[in-house]
Design a protein around this ligand. Structure first.
Ligand SMILES: *Cc1c(COP(=O)(O)O)cnc(C)c1O
Length: 358
């Protein structure tokens, strides 16, 4: 009998469709606007040259610098291999496979779902309303057995903030029963909207952060989970022994130095300016049906199907993120904000395309 290795895998892994990251999808291009990365690299020097010893599990310097950046105590911070690891650690620490469920509200970041599927946690879905806000009534009715509620504000891929009034209401309803995780991966583009100050009041609130977006360090793989100490202590039980290599910690602490943070803030101003320019340009395009306002470094756009925008730009080496196969996102493409030149090239290409007969 021939052994089929696939049959040995867990059932949920056999069925699993892995996360379709921009890197997995690939493409050949010269303008990459598909992964919400910062378009230019930031400079660093490796100051550590000695690697024969294991690193600290939670590099003290990185934790202290992030604590001072966000105005929290070091004990309220966990650093991990990207915010993606934070998403997973929360499920590992809080969700009983086969019993507990998580809840999230598409269209949103897909790693909540993929992570749950990978580790065998059931999930419930409550779609957002037409204005991309949470359906509070439906969520309230669905909360039974839900251990963790994941939301993303500003939301990826729609670009909007979630009404803080709604999050507040959910935190009140879920107290003592359900963790509320707010993914703030893009919060640096609208820092006034952070919920960090609410951590004082809500022991079941968790906030996710990353260096991958505004800090221009997607390749570093470094993210943060912010919560009160009892939650951080539990996550510390399930984290791998050495989640951050020495070079990662080294570069992360440089990014979180005063000049590092100042540079990030300057980049945010530049990208927000480019985004607002792009928003107004897109609104005037003949191939565009709808442009969704954004608080982030990307814009979600609904194009008129017949113009075949995604494929045509792909062939020209302008790589965007197609969202059109997802529920409620027919015709939609997510465009990351690039440099000035990249934004101009994109608009020129779309203007050309808009002149085609359809
Ligand atoms: C990019 C992104 C992440 C992942 O961040 P990493 O730190 O790169 O793992 C998490 N959440 C959202 C909403 C994102 O867009």
């Amino acid at each position: 009998m021939k052994l089929n290795i696939k049959d040995l895998a867990r059932a949920n892994v056999r069925k699993l469709i892995p996360y379709q990251s921009a890197r997995r999808i690939g493409g050949k291009g010269n303008i990459w606007l598909n992964a919400n990365e910062f378009p230019l690299p930031v400079p660093f020097k490796l100051s550590q040259q000695i690697f024969n010893r294991y690193p600290e599990c939670q590099p003290k310097l990185v934790i202290e610098k992030y604590a001072s950046y966000v105005g929290l105590k070091p004990e309220q911070i966990l650093v991990s291999r990207g915010a993606d690891e934070g998403i997973e650690l929360i499920m590992k620490a809080f969700c009983e496979p086969g019993h507990d469920t998580i809840l999230f509200c598409p269209p949103t970041y897909e790693m909540y779902k993929v992570t749950a599927e990978t580790i065998g946690i059931k999930y419930r879905i409550v779609h957002t309303l037409d204005n991309w806000q949470l359906n509070i009534l439906e969520i309230t009715n669905t909360l039974k057995k839900v251990k963790v509620l994941y939301m993303c504000s500003p939301n990826n891929p729609t670009g909007n903030l979630i009404n803080s009034k709604d999050i507040h209401q959910l935190l009140e309803i879920t107290a003592g029963k359900t963790l509320v995780v707010v993914d703030e991966a893009y919060i640096e583009f609208c820092p006034e909207a952070t919920l960090i100050n609410w951590l004082n009041k809500y022991p079941h609130l968790v906030i996710l952060r990353t260096l991958s977006k505004a800090f221009a360090l997607a390749g570093l793989r470094c993210g943060f989970t912010l919560a009160n100490k009892p939650i951080i202590d539990l996550l510390m039980k399930v984290i791998t022994p050495y989640p951050l290599s020495i070079p990662v910690a080294d570069i992360a602490s440089q990014a979180l130095s005063e000049p590092g943070i100042a540079l990030m803030r300057k980049h945010v101003i530049d990208l927000n300016t480019n985004r607002d320019w792009l928003f107004h340009q897109l609104k005037q395009m003949r191939c565009v049906q709808q442009v969704f306002p954004s608080k982030t470094n990307y814009i979600l756009v609904r194009f008129i199907k017949e113009f075949n925008v995604f494929k045509k730009l792909w062939d020209k080496g302008i790589i965007l993120r197609n969202q059109s196969k997802k529920d409620y996102l027919f015709g939609c493409i997510r465009i990351s904000i690039g440099t000035n030149e990249e934004c101009k090239s994109l608009i020129a290409a779309l203007q050309n395309l808009s002149m085609e007969k359809i």
